[in-house]
Design a protein around this ligand. Structure first.
Ligand code: SF4
Length: 252
């Protein structure tokens, strides 16, 4: 098993946050009526995507009846519908929908993870829970360091949670810390400076409004805004993209 595969398994077994463990398991027991015949995942949800990803997408935390049900990041809820559709449109996902962990969806050069791996009540992890989960993100970043060159952070919570993790994983985060904004782009030098003495490079961090229903239903985040950030980040990561309406899907 790869080091990242091993990490994913350890994340899935984590029970460090009592409130979140109680909540994710209670949701898995009581279910939502529409998913009554599902066996919910009900555990921590590890990252999804290849171990040599060049582009990382960072959300907030799994949704109670989305990833906490399916066991795969952003799979089975409205936020995921928007995100995977956009990834497909620019050629970074093999299909436009994400319904279950065995639906055959693959990502090209992209990995999706979150700074908190368990579904929180009201989508609100506490600062203590965020901090408890940070070592998982730091370890994931360290394992991705040889290849990852761009990161899209969805929303201000993810941004605040991510910056200390990037610093702990070896990148140089500017002081004062850059503020979150949609379209913000910040260059982080690699360990030891630009390019890094050990050949491990810097990366570009991109801010993007979260793909939550609150943002997408109100038009605060449109599909074109999302595609635009994904294209710019993919370009920074050295991943080719396609124009939507030209077939979409994985290229190359
Ligand atoms: S939120 Fe993170 S640290 Fe807390 S139980 Fe889940 S995986 Fe473990």
């Amino acid at each position: 098993m790869s080091a990242l595969g091993d990490l994913d398994q350890r994340v899935a077994d984590c029970r460090a946050c009592p409130r979140l463990v109680r909540w994710r398991e209670e949701v898995a027991r009581t279910k939502r009526a529409a998913f009554a015949d599902w066996t919910y995942w009900g555990r921590a949800v590890p990252g999804f995507g290849p171990s040599d990803a060049r582009l990382l997408i960072l959300g907030l935390a799994p949704a109670a009846h989305g990833a906490n049900r399916t066991g795969r990041m952003f799979t089975g809820d409205r936020s995921g519908d928007v995100l995977y559709r956009a990834l497909y449109d620019v050629g970074l996902a093999s299909r436009p929908t994400a319904v279950s962990a065995d639906d055959g969806l693959t990502l090209r050069g992209v990995r999706i993870t979150s700074p908190v791996h368990c579904a929180p009540p009201e989508n609100k992890p506490t600062p203590a829970e965020r901090d408890s989960c940070r070592p998982w993100l730091v370890e994931e970043l360290r394992l991705l360091r040889p290849t990852v060159r761009a990161v899209v952070v969805l929303g201000a919570f993810g941004w605040q949670a991510a910056l200390p993790a990037f610093a702990a994983a070896g990148w140089e985060v500017p002081r004062p810390r850059p503020a979150f904004g949609h379209g913000t782009r910040v260059a982080l030098d690699g360990p030891g400076g630009p390019g890094g003495p050990d050949g491990l490079g810097g990366l570009d961090l991109f801010g993007c409004y979260h793909v939550s229903q609150r943002n997408t239903f109100t038009g605060k985040l449109t599909p074109e805004m999302l595609r635009s950030v994904l294209r710019e980040a993919a370009d920074a990561a050295g991943l080719p993209t396609v124009d939507e309406g030209r077939g979409g899907g994985v290229v190359g």
